[in-house]
Design a protein around this ligand. Structure first.
Ligand SMILES: C/C(=C\Cc1cc(O)c2ccccc2c1O)CCC[C@H](C)CCC[C@H](C)CCCC(C)C
Ligand SMILES: C[S@@+](CC[C@H](N)C(=O)[O-])C[C@H]1O[C@@H](n2cnc3c(N)ncnc32)[C@H](O)[C@@H]1O
Length: 232
């Protein structure tokens, strides 16, 4: 990894390629299965409807793409986009719904026309892109007027006790669990990435600065993470 404090795009892509084989198992174990609840809430918050054209940015192994697929139904379509070939390989193996298109692409340069999508999600992706403002700008551009996006991610809790727990859990539960698979460095990246990521109030400001007409942040898990809901 480069000596700069935050990894570059190539290094981030490598992290997610390398963890792809164990990613879902570790998410399930380390969140005690709760990540499925957080993802369900995220999809509900972008208000998908039958027949919609939906986008899951930074789709990874496809959890949110799959949930959107169920919501938009046979008359709808979902694009799952990610720049990690290995994550997309897992996604294609896991989910075969005919209304899903898997695409390798960059969240910072989305290959879609303006005002294309009825709704969108980003699950644990915004914290991992190298330019948050550029990503939000692209998200704004490809959404239809009035469309909603829901962005799920970790952030630093405001309460000290919650921050202490987050650090403890990451350092003493998450990283040791990853060591079993030789993925220590890849999972040790999570903590500093959370430290660099804006908290809910700042995320709302970034949403408005990106042109969204509405921005609300809903904290989850005592503020260890949350969902930013944006309306174009
Ligand atoms: C689905 C989850 C995390 C996705 C995720 C995001 C990243 O940015 C990564 C970067 C590098 C490697 C892996 C990931 C990654 O998996 C959430 C569940 C998995 C979390 C790793 C577990 C941590 C949860 C909270 C810090 C504490 C939860 C405590 C509660 C008692 C369950
Ligand atoms: C923690 S994973 C989240 C995957 C999935 N959304 C989930 O909820 O499990 C973050 C994903 O963001 C992807 N990613 C990071 N930067 C990206 C970019 N600029 N363009 C596309 N995908 C990116 C990574 O490849 C990785 O699959």
């Amino acid at each position: 990894m480069s000596n700069q404090s935050s990894p570059n795009s190539t290094e981030i892509q490598a992290i997610f390629d390398q963890i792809a084989p164990e990613y879902d198992r570790l998410n399930q174990e380390l969140s005690l299965g709760l990540h499925r609840v957080w993802k369900l809430m995220t999809v509900k918050w972008c208000q998908p409807e039958k027949g919609d054209f939906a986008l899951d940015i930074c789709c990874g192994s496809g959890d949110l793409t799959n949930l959107l697929s169920k919501q938009v139904g046979k008359t709808g379509k979902v694009i799952g986009l990610d720049f990690s070939p290995q994550q997309l390989k897992i996604a294609r193996q896991r989910f075969s719904a005919t209304n899903i298109n898997w695409m390798e692409g960059d969240a910072l340069n989305l290959p879609f026309a303006d005002s294309s999508f009825d709704c969108a999600t980003i699950g644990y992706g915004l914290r991992n892109v190298v330019d948050i403002t550029q990503c939000l700008g692209e998200l704004y551009r490809v959404l239809k007027p009035g469309a909603k996006a829901a962005i799920l991610d970790f952030h630093q809790p405001t309460q000290t006790i919650a921050k202490l727990f987050q650090n403890w859990y990451l350092d003493h539960i998450v990283v040791p669990a990853a060591e079993r698979y030789g993925l220590t460095d890849q999972y040790a990246y999570i903590s500093p990435s959370i430290d660099r990521f804006p908290q809910g109030r700042e995320q709302v400001k970034l949403g408005y600065r990106s042109g969204f007409s509405g921005a609300v942040h809903y904290p989850l898990l005592a503020g260890l993470m949350g969902v930013l809901v944006l309306k174009k």
